[in-house]
Design a binder for this molecule. Structure first.
Ligand code: ZN
Length: 233
């Protein structure tokens, strides 16, 4: 069911989400539309009903209702991200695999159940491997929980949205974002190969500035994740 609301800036009726997924509105944009938002609570028993779009810096300046497609999504390949959680602590779903002639297989998500799969096919146990993709976690939303705005990510394999209740749960993601940012800073400062040999100085300056811009982007994504956990109602 679509959720519509009146946008205060221009009086337009806009779609802000579907059921509990506020795809087209950030948490800090709740006041920009007329909508009966429930009061926020610090209780760990009561979960705010809504997921809000993650404030991707690339989408800054977008009005509620004007965001593209469902969740935006910042795709990451964070080594060992899912295996940091105790078995069963994170509610992964299943993936469906199709065989010939109508055969279908529902398999437990390999990211949540690595022990059920072998890494080399032995003729008896299910084998999982990847051919192409490297994304394993997608940043897409935030949710009010226990008095803070926690990150909601999607598992790239089973597509389940998973709430990361504690700041420590996102540490792997934060470390990863820092690595991205540091890599771009390093390119800007020491990347003597930027643009290849013989690159004109003014082009080189531009390439360095681009690298610094990318570094600032990843720093800002990390800062916004942390800010959510430090937020109070
Ligand atoms: Zn999964």
């Amino acid at each position: 069911m679509g959720e519509d609301a009146r946008r205060k800036s221009d009086g337009q009726q806009v779609k802000i989400g579907t059921c509990e997924s506020m795809y087209y509105l950030r948490f800090d944009q709740r006041g920009d539309v007329d909508y009966r938002w429930p009061a926020l609570t610090d209780s760990t028993e009561k979960l705010d009903p809504f997921l809000y779009r993650f404030p991707d810096p690339k989408e800054d300046g977008t009005l509620p209702g004007d965001y593209d497609g469902a969740w935006g999504g910042i795709k990451l390949s964070v080594d060992g991200f899912w295996s940091q959680f105790e078995p069963g602590a994170v509610d992964h779903g299943s993936i469906q695999v199709h065989g010939h002639d109508g055969y279908h297989f529902n398999c437990p998500c390999p990211e949540g159940n690595p022990d059920m799969y072998v890494t080399k096919y032995d003729g008896t146990k299910p084998h999982v491997f990847r051919n192409g993709g490297t994304t394993n976690v997608v940043i897409n939303a935030q949710r009010w929980y226990a008095g803070r705005l926690v990150l909601v990510v999607q598992c790239a394999a089973c597509q389940r949205s998973i709430r990361l209740a504690e700041l420590k749960d996102v540490q792997g993601i934060l470390d990863h974002l820092k690595k991205y940012a540091d890599g771009h800073r390093w390119e800007a400062e020491k990347g003597w190969n930027l643009g290849g040999p013989g690159t004109a100085p003014h082009i080189l300056e531009q390439l360095k500035a681009n690298e610094l811009k990318k570094a600032a982007y990843w720093d800002e994504v990390a800062a916004r994740i942390i800010a959510g956990y430090n937020q109070t109602a």
